[in-house]
Write a protein that binds this ligand. Structure first.
Ligand code: PLP
Length: 451
């Protein structure tokens, strides 16, 4: 059914055929809505924006969640140990993922720290990690006084290139930390094979990958331990919060002890404070909010997937936009919808210029991670007394120099653009607006370069 209202209101021309080279690659889209990108002036040059009315707000609250949450506050049983909600959440989340066990934590960062501790990543060890990630992945390793050694990023998948891992293994390497960034599953089979061959632990950073799947199994259950974040921007948020999942009772029992001051837990028994610990516990209220969102997460994941598939098909037709490639037999969950942007095919319109033009059309987007290893945190670590003692100047210099080898990552940092996950929850018209805005910017890129 043709959406004449939109076409008229926005003064779109009715046929894509109309003299439009720019449109020949876009064609007709969902519901036969015809994009006529070149007909209207870009908003940045004084035309009408493609999209109005904003986007789905995030995080979302449901009044129906309030009685149970109030019940927790009124009970005075707020801390993990004084009630059963956190343990109930753990059972529910493990079931959702097909994990044997789950341990709730205060955040994704603390989930990573606990997991690295339990996998025996110690001072002076090295962990191979993807550089294209939120900075917490680096920080968790540094907190263990270990060195984050970066494998390269595959520009097709935006995740770690398994072929770049083995050459970075040294006698100090203890673990590999693949990051399922944006909810895009890493190519885990070769990563697991390398880990087995070199007897390394695998700690998955699945902090953006709730319900993502690889070869029929959920991310977070593919390595020794998997870590999740429930921070406010996430698909299942509680303000802050995290979880560790795994298939081994013993490992999760050790995680439980460490995350709670070194108390005995399950198979990890001893007398008094027999093991080291910290306090990274989740509260009862966090657990209640999270449990209330299990069904929502499942339903919204399918919506994001359907819209991302549609965007991949349509945006992929626009010269200069390349959707990400996924490993075979995997399902992403799209925490952010990323794609690669080629300025040369947009008449030299820079990535920032593209983002500005899209924002003017009412469709916000932008670059995501930059080459964070040059930001200073690693220089600070390298210059610290502890790190100098643990590695020596020669190794640390070689380590710093090796950042230049991360050519795939540099390319990904410079050319990736993303829309936020809440935009994928928009109705069909909003998703079509994204495609139309990108087409419009492409069609007018020569003029926009001069703006
Ligand atoms: C890839 C990745 N790792 C780790 C974290 C850390 O999680 P948190 O913010 O819950 O500590 C995040 C959070 O954004 C993340 O995106």
């Amino acid at each position: 059914m043709k959406d004449n209202t939109i076409l008229t209101r926005r003064s779109f021309i009715r046929t894509a055929a109309a003299s439009s080279v720019a449109l020949s690659w876009l064609g007709a889209s969902r519901g036969s809505r015809v994009f006529a990108a070149e007909a209207s002036k870009p908003a940045l040059l004084g035309g009408a924006p493609v999209h109005s009315g904003g986007w789905v707000r995030w995080p979302q609250w449901r009044e129906g969640w309030e009685p149970e949450l109030l019940g927790v506050w009124r009970s005075g049983k707020w801390f993990r140990g004084s009630g059963g909600h956190v343990a109930e959440f753990e059972r529910g989340y493990a079931k959702l993922l097909g994990a044997r066990r789950c341990l709730a934590t205060a955040s994704g960062t603390t989930a990573l720290i606990v997991s690295l501790h339990v996998m025996d990543v110690d001072a002076g060890d090295e962990v191979i990690v993807s550089p294209y990630t939120f900075i917490a992945s680096y920080n968790a390793i540094l907190t263990r006084k270990a060195l984050p050694v970066f494998a390269d990023t595959d520009p097709v998948t935006l995740t770690v290139d398994p072929g770049s891992i083995e050459s970075r293994i040294t006698e100090r390497t203890r673990a590999i930390m693949p990051v399922h960034i944006f909810g895009l599953p890493c190519e885990m089979d070769p990563i697991s094979a390398i880990a087995r061959k070199h007897k390394l632990a695998v700690v998955e950073d699945a902090c953006q990958a709730w319900l993502a799947e690889y070869q029929g199994r959920m991310c977070g259950t593919l390595g020794d331990l998997g870590c999740f974040s429930f921070q406010e921007s996430k698909h299942i948020p509680a303000g802050e919060g995290g979880a560790i999942t795994g298939l081994s009772e013993e490992l999760i029992d050790k995680c439980e002890s460490y995350h709670s001051c070194g108390h005995a837990s399950g198979t990890n028994q001893g007398s008094g404070f027999f093991t080291r610990g910290d306090n990274y516990r989740m509260t009862q209220a966090q657990a209640v909010i999270l449990m209330q969102q299990f069904d929502k997460l499942v339903q919204e994941t399918e919506i994001r997937r359907a819209n991302a598939d549609y965007l991949n098909a349509q945006l992929g037709k626009i010269p200069g936009i390349t959707p990400v490639g996924l490993p075979k037999n995997s399902r992403a969950v799209w925490h952010l919808y990323p794609f690669r942007y080629d300025a040369a095919q947009f008449n030299g319109l820079s990535r920032d210029g593209f983002a500005r033009a899209m924002a003017a059309e009412g469709v916000p987007c932008g670059g995501v991670y930059h080459e964070q290893y040059y930001d200073g945190l690693l220089d600070e670590a390298i210059a610290s007394r502890g790190f100098k003692r643990l590695w020596g100047a020669e190794r640390l210099k070689a380590y710093r120099d090796s950042f230049q080898e991360l050519r795939g990552n540099k390319q990904v940092c410079e050319t990736t653009v993303a829309f936020t996950q809440n935009m994928l929850l928009g109705d069909h018209r909003s998703i079509d607006d994204i495609i139309e805005a990108a087409g419009k910017v492409q069609a007018h890129s020569a003029a926009l370069v001069k703006a």
